[in-house]
Design a protein around this ligand. Structure first.
Ligand code: PHE
Length: 457
């Protein structure tokens, strides 16, 4: 059957890796990981994060890329095809639907935070952080997020980049952008980490990040680490499934997934190495939560020599990381509409992107006009949650664990062992048996425990 749209296939394995690492490396690594580590006792969190990511998120990542390559379409149609071929229950299409809808919702708020990052490039370049005190930095941030027009302007700019790249197509858009942007990101990050290593707070930062204090480990630390691992390697939203659909038959999925998860973890650690020495050098608070990047760091940038350039480089890095992740959230939805609607990809990308923009306004307003509006207040769990909090909570704590669980069950229990062994090109390999065990038992138990802890406790 010929498709009405251009063929979607990576032109090299390198292109696939850059796109997948671009998806994994995002706000999750540079904004969320350092502040979660800061709030959860540093070393204890980081060690547990590394273990749970390899034991839970990585096995699911392998299965997600594999499902994509087996189906070769958008997540929804991939699941339909695999269900038909394996005479499985229609119930499993939930993997496709849940992932696609989840990706759309995450895109809507991700582009608002991505817009904050872009705004901070401007603030850094115009010297707005010079001589910033604690109070002034907090004030800067709250004044900015309190203005819906300004936040929405930057959100729009962020989406224009994202839509533009996806509209240009898989090879001439996504692939061209990531092979350029990912090395730039890596270069900026390594530069920042080297710079941070020369500051006096470096030693303290290393102790903070890598000293493993057993008594700091609580169930909460473990759960935060598992959840972060999921979000960070981009599993369960169909992004990796879609990228896997464009991968050629011969590429090794096992090896690619290990590279993606390792690169993702390395970037998170490098982000910590770039950030914490500045925090300690300037006597700031490592456990200051989501404000760590947008409030604490500008104080450091306002004080250090060359802070204008270093600050701008940092926020540019954050923006680039966010854009290459946002692309992977838009693509699964665009791929799906492209398979059903005969309109040029440009238009479809624009329509889907505009819809995500409109939903994103709910997040923009959550920090100002709707700061006290709790749409689902009737449900106990959502009592004090703004629109942004509701979207974030439902996607990270309900949609992602559910879809991840279903993926591991589908690939681990519904598809036959022989079939997946063949699909992964792993006949008789030891890693295959370890992977399948992790997928069938460890991952489902891990996911159920995040779920129970987050929703019921
Ligand atoms: N992994 C991205 C980050 O760390 C977020 C993301 C999740 C992107 C799921 C796509 C799919 O920021």
């Amino acid at each position: 059957m010929s498709t009405p749209f251009a063929p979607r296939q990576w032109s090299s394995r390198f292109a696939f890796l850059m796109a997948a690492i671009g998806s994994a490396v995002g706000l999750g690594n540079i904004w969320r990981f350092p502040y979660l580590a800061g709030e959860n006792g540093g070393g204890a969190f980081i060690v547990i994060y590394a273990i749970t990511t390899m034991g839970i998120a990585l096995p699911i990542l392998i299965s997600e890329i594999m499902l994509g390559r087996m189906g070769k379409q958008s997540p929804i149609n991939t699941m339909r095809k695999l269900i038909a071929e394996n005479k499985a229950a229609r119930f499993w299409t939930l993997i496709g639907w849940g992932g696609t809808i989840g990706a759309f919702i995450v895109l809507s708020y991700y582009s608002v935070i991505g817009g904050w990052a872009l705004k901070y490039v401007e603030l850094a370049l115009t010297g707005a952080f010079a001589g910033e005190t604690n109070a002034a930095a907090a004030e800067h941030f709250s004044v900015f997020v309190a203005d819906p027009y300004s936040v929405s302007l930057w959100q729009t700019l962020f989406l224009v980049f994202t839509i533009g790249i996806v509209a240009a197509g898989v090879t001439s858009g996504i692939e061209r952008a990531v092979v350029l942007l990912m090395p730039l990101l890596f270069f900026l990050l390594v530069g920042m980490a080297i710079y941070a290593a020369t500051t006096p707070g470096f030693g303290k930062a290393m102790v903070f990040m890598f000293a493993f204090e057993f008594d700091e480990v609580t169930p909460g630390t473990i759960l935060a680490a598992i959840g972060q691992g999921f979000f960070s390697v981009s599993v369960a939203l169909g992004a990796m499934m879609t990228y896997g659909a464009y991968l050629d038959e011969d590429a090794s999925i096992g090896r690619s997934a290990v590279i993606i998860a390792a690169a993702d973890t390395m970037v998170a650690l490098l982000a910590g190495i770039a950030i914490f020495p500045l925090v300690f050098t300037y006597g700031l608070e490592p456990s200051s939560g989501p404000g760590l990047t947008f409030i604490t760091l500008p104080i450091a940038f306002g004080t250090i020599g060359g802070g204008v350039l270093i600050g701008a480089a940092f926020f540019l890095l954050l923006s680039v990381a966010a854009i290459t992740s946002a692309i992977s959230l838009l693509e699964p939805v665009v791929a799906w509409v492209e398979e059903g609607i005969r309109l040029p990809r440009k238009w479809l990308a624009l329509i889907v992107g505009a819809a995500a923009w409109a939903l994103g306004i709910g997040t923009v307003l959550s920090f100002n006009a709707w700061a006290d509006f709790y749409p689902l207040a009737r449900f106990g769990l959502m009592a004090d949650k703004t629109v942004f909090d509701v979207l974030d909570f439902t996607t990270s704590n309900i949609v992602m664990p559910t879809v991840g669980l279903l993926m591991s069950l589908f690939a681990g229990w519904v598809l036959s062992g022989a079939m997946v062994e063949e699909a992964l090109g792993a006949r008789g390999r030891l890693w295959f048996r370890l992977w399948r065990f992790a997928l069938r038992y460890i991952a489902p138990l891990g996911v159920v425990s995040i779920f129970v802890a987050n929703v019921l406790m």
